[in-house]
Design a protein around this ligand. Structure first.
Ligand SMILES: NC(=O)c1ccc[n+]([C@@H]2O[C@H](COP(=O)([O-])OP(=O)(O)OC[C@H]3O[C@@H](n4cnc5c(N)ncnc54)[C@H](OP(=O)(O)O)[C@@H]3O)[C@@H](O)[C@H]2O)c1
Length: 211
């Protein structure tokens, strides 16, 4: 699959590594432009190339957003139209600035991203495991157990596409529900956030029957 990744820091470059290793083609961008990503491009190998943010957004059927949440409004919304967008971000008031709607819990951070990227289908995933654990915890399909990755989103087809990607890199997707209710179940501050749970255990903790 062709995957665009916006954000080439800890989580973006980890996902680029995992997806290129799985044989996917990745176009990755940061805020400073592709020339600043040549070392990473070289390190990732022939399945990766560095591009502008707009090119990464338009590159594939799926685009991963892995920038500090406070920068989501900088994303060029038109370029995401019709795509599945994986929101790997988390709201952190210390880093992103205080947002009253998020503080009061009237909306989730992924719902705000969905409003900004109105023509895309936003799915929240890969936000709840630390980058260095994500790099190492993947297991082959035949393994007894796999770690669970919570997923929330409003569009069923987009979610299924993300489930496939999660399985490709050695994890088991766990459907947490819609972006509103489900997204709340795997945000920072929840018991599953960075808890590195086996899929069955994650399912039990977030109260879902099975994916
Ligand atoms: N670190 C983790 O373990 C982890 C795990 C799960 C989720 N997350 C979430 O993932 C997000 C990124 O975290 P991180 O730790 O990977 O951050 P990071 O290491 O600081 O990397 C941030 C990346 O985003 C890029 N960026 C910033 N603003 C941008 C913009 N407007 N357009 C394009 N690229 C932009 C930066 O590019 P420049 O360097 O060029 O500015 C940098 O490549 C956060 O919301 C975080 O909460 C982190």
């Amino acid at each position: 699959m062709k995957i665009g990744i916006i954000g080439a820091g800890k989580i973006g470059s980890t996902l680029a590594h995992l997806f290129t290793a799985a044989g996917d083609d990745v176009a990755i961008a940061n805020s400073r432009g592709p020339d600043t990503l040549r070392d990473l491009e070289h390190h990732l190998g022939r399945h990766a190339h560095a591009v502008s943010t707009e090119e990464a957004a338009r590159y594939g059927d799926v685009t991963i957003v892995a920038v500090p949440f406070g920068h989501y409004r900088d994303l060029p919304a038109q370029a995401f139209a019709g795509r599945t967008v994986i929101d790997a971000t988390n709201y952190s008031p210390q880093r992103d600035g205080r947002d009253e709607k998020l503080e009061h819990g009237s909306v989730t951070s992924s719902e705000l991203m969905q409003r900004h990227l109105a023509g895309a289908h936003v799915v929240k995933a890969f936000n709840a495991m630390r980058w260095d654990h994500l790099m190492d915890h993947g297991r082959s399909a035949g393994a007894n157990q796999r770690y669970g990755i919570p997923v929330s989103g409003d569009d069923p087809n987009a979610k299924w596409r993300v489930f496939d990607l999660i399985e490709q890199i050695g994890y088991e997707p766990v459907d947490a529900g819609a972006l509103g209710e489900g997204g709340r179940k795997h945000e920072p501050g929840t018991e599953v956030y960075t808890a590195d749970l086996w899929a069955d255990n994650l399912r039990a903790r977030i109260g879902v029957e099975g994916t």
